[in-house]
Design a protein around this ligand. Sequence first.
Ligand code: PMP
Length: 351
Amino acid sequence: MSKYWSPIVSELKPYVAGEQPKITNLIKLNTNENPYGPSPKALAAIRDAADERLRLYPDPASTALRDSIARLHGVTADEVFVGNGSDEVLAHVFNGLLKHEKPLLYPDITYSFYPTYSLLYGIEAVEVPLRDDFTIDFSEFDRDCGAIIFPNPNAPTGIAVNREAIERLAASKPDTVIVIDEAYVDFGAETAIPLTRKYPNILVVHTLSKSRSLAGLRVGFAIGQRPLIDALERVKDSFNSYPLDRLAQAGAAAAMEDVDWFELCRRKVMTSRDRLVVSLERLGFEVLPSHANFVFARHPDRDGAELQAELRARSVIVRHFKKPRIDQYLRISIGTDEECDVLIEALADIL
Ligand code: PMP
């Protein structure tokens, strides 16, 4: 607290990120990174871009990258907005599209940046309860509101909704912006991007941090019709926030183009997920049905925080949330099969 602060600063509840340890001999399954490296073609493109041209400002419009994203998703480049990670894209979304006189709705158990951004941008938010089985209850969105946002699959549950449910929602609320945060969609869920062709009120947000293994490069994007994308551009340009640096633009475009690498890695992750679920269930864990690159699991006889601490003592890091209803759960990112085996051995030892 300081007398120099704007009043809002003391009200903020900044997002607490997962631990990023310096020690490398840990099994790091806490922040949903991809265990496989980025596309070799993306790495080559970054190396190629690292030359004397770095003295020049990058393309402010990220033209080549937006072209690649647009081609891959069957839209035009002016229907694509890019940012430094989807967290930055989401910041512009909250600021430019989700602040209305009526409240913003999102699930009560969801990505914890949503409450943070709501406070930062002075948005009145109503958290709608998930069902007992942690699925999103779409009838809860059937109330007067200014906008809606939810991840699909949801985080940290990993549970996905199908496209029909999203389409029904968009059709029933044509005056309401509906943002689908698809950070984890490539691990087996259905994308809502095709719906953006028909519904001008749907915006879909993606990241290259998960299925494209580029969390360190910081690239995310949004797809929607022109009025929504134009709003994001206006907000971005009012901040003078540069879209993406030269290396990120080059690497991200190459990563989008390398569909073979993308397919290979996401399939490996999904196969390892199925294998991990079987092993966890054998140890007595209850695992929610995941379409993401993580699982959300609890052991009926063991406290979640204690389990996390005991795993940490055995050099395995997983995520635990001190939040009612989910504080007995662990969120475990899908590592390589070898990493998952170390986790399972550690858990067998603890239990
Ligand atoms: N949305 C969700 C649901 C997430 O879990 C994350 C990752 N923490 C993000 C967005 C942000 O990812 P990034 O900023 O790396 O693109």
